[in-house]
Design a protein around this ligand. Structure first.
Ligand code: ZN
Length: 179
């Protein structure tokens, strides 16, 4: 049976997430675009893919986790962009809920594959108490692709080729971990 990957594009609808001050680019848009690209790649590789949302709609954090649980996902991947008050902050990081779990090793594999593909600073993986990670019953990670608050990274996130590379990097990590 195909491995079931649940993809969660962060924010959406009345919650745009972070917004780039330089370009006005909204996180919810980037998250959805990268998620759909990721899903297309994984589907073409034989994975069974489902999403919390495929349009610009609002969805609670608990609903996202419940959808993944009800579907019986094998892995949960939430896609986000970072933001910080200090506009010089940059790079890629990935969160998981608890240390010394499958999720931590999954986060490490995906984060490394993503950094290898897009070439940004590797901020590593960290344990964090985030609702979608806590409420999901399968290994779950939350990827922060890059910082929308950083002008150079906001510029990158605004290009389709960079977003495709993000999707390829995450897909490579998922394939490495699940094969
Ligand atoms: Zn976010």
């Amino acid at each position: 049976m195909a491995v079931k990957i649940f993809i969660d594009p962060g924010h959406g609808g009345d919650n745009p997430g972070a917004i780039a001050k330089t370009t006005g680019l909204e996180e919810a848009y980037v998250n959805l675009d990268v998620s759909l690209r990721l899903g297309r790649i994984l589907t073409s590789w034989g994975y069974d893919v489902n999403y919390s949302r495929t349009e610009n709609t609002s969805l609670s954090l608990s609903a996202r986790a419940a959808m993944a649980n009800q579907w019986g996902a094998d892995y949960f991947v939430s896609i986000h962009c970072n933001s910080a008050i200090n506009t010089s902050y940059n790079g890629t990081e990935t969160f998981y809920y608890r240390e010394r779990t499958t999720a931590e090793r999954f986060a490490q594999t995906v984060n490394t594959a993503l950094v290898n593909q897009i070439g940004l600073v590797d901020l590593g993986v960290k344990a964090r108490d985030l609702a979608v990670l806590r409420l999901t019953r399968m290994p779950a990670i939350l990827v922060e692709l890059a910082f929308l608050s950083n002008p150079a990274e906001a510029q990158l996130l605004g290009t389709a080729s960079f977003r495709e590379n993000c999707a390829i990097g995450i897909a490579n990590g998922i394939a490495q971990f699940t094969s």
